[in-house]
Design a protein around this ligand. Sequence first.
Ligand SMILES: *Cc1c(COP(=O)(O)O)cnc(C)c1O
Length: 393
Amino acid sequence: MPSTLLKKQRPFTPKLLKSKVELPGVENLIRAMLKKHRTPLMIIRRNVLERQFQLFRKCLPQVTPYYAIKANPHPDILRAFIEMGASFDVASAWEMKQVLRLGAAPNRIIFANTIKSVDDLISARRSRVRLMTFDSEPELYKISEHYPGAHVLLRIKVANRGSTVNLSLKFGADAENAFGLLRKAKSLGLVPLGISFHVGSQAKNVENYLQALEITSGIFSEAGRKGILLKTVDLGGGFPIQHFEGEMGINFERMTSQIRKQIRKLFDEKTEFIAEPGRFLVGPAGVLVTQVIGRTFRNNKNYYYLNDGIYGDFSGMVFDHCTYEFRTLRRGQKYLSALAGPTCDSFDTLSTDAEVPELYVNDAVYVKNIGAYSSCSAAANFNGFPPAKTVLV
Ligand SMILES: *Cc1c(COP(=O)(O)O)cnc(C)c1O
């Protein structure tokens, strides 16, 4: 008899559902902050901003990150990234002024909106923000009129399969028109530098990047043969994060090792790479702390009303198609409960099946990994409930 069968079998024990491990560090931080600040409070941890930035640099050493400030344009966050030596992706004159005013250099900014108003183009010229994207001929005429000599990247339409937020439905030229558009840019006196794309936000499927790079290298070869030397590839944003503990299918290291391999395979060493990560750099740094302002029992469950909601810092549930994991400082037996925001709108319901212990007025409810696409898309004062104050720690 093989010896393995002689071994005593362990008795079968059903696996108990382990309650999630709470990070004492985060909870201690929240307790300390609650002594000093009112809620709702968005805590941004500088060490996590740095960790994400360094991780990006380490995993994609040949790619210069331009932080997409739309994810969270809070001045303290921008200052932190300026200190780290980041570059910036802006989509409007307001965003451009926001980073310039804090000291970012104009040659470290890309104006990555393919459709720019004339006023915004004039602002870009006055501020010497020369690098921008486009995806159509009419935009080229506008750029050449208001910013002669600008450096342009053609944004192409690429697959957004498996991304939470599709960013190719509204922007991006068809790849087969790429050369014609680049030639047009040149004939109008602009400098066609290369290609940009965006695979969609929270892009869990690395194939989108690999394919987009392949299409891009095809355009580089065609342009080279026909006399336009391209040198810059802009990989856009999309790099995904875990919004809740144990979220599957997200592995930045693995994803970027495939991207690195593809870059080595398809492009020569002179090619320059940039990217526009937003969520990846700022999402994990954010912890939102709210408090219970009232409770009731309805529809057979406890309803807890928080002082922040969908019109506030949970706006990402609408605009970012995001779901969050609600945690409490209070411990105890958990029950399926409903969490709602403070406004009069029934739509302002955050969850009808949150697993939380019995909560009381003033108890804290917090959410991690909520630094991106949250505060910045909140309505300023709907129903008179202001969104969270942001504090960088
Ligand atoms: C939104 C956006 C980004 C940032 O996307 P993330 O998914 O947050 O990394 C970058 N570039 C452009 C053009 C965008 O529209």
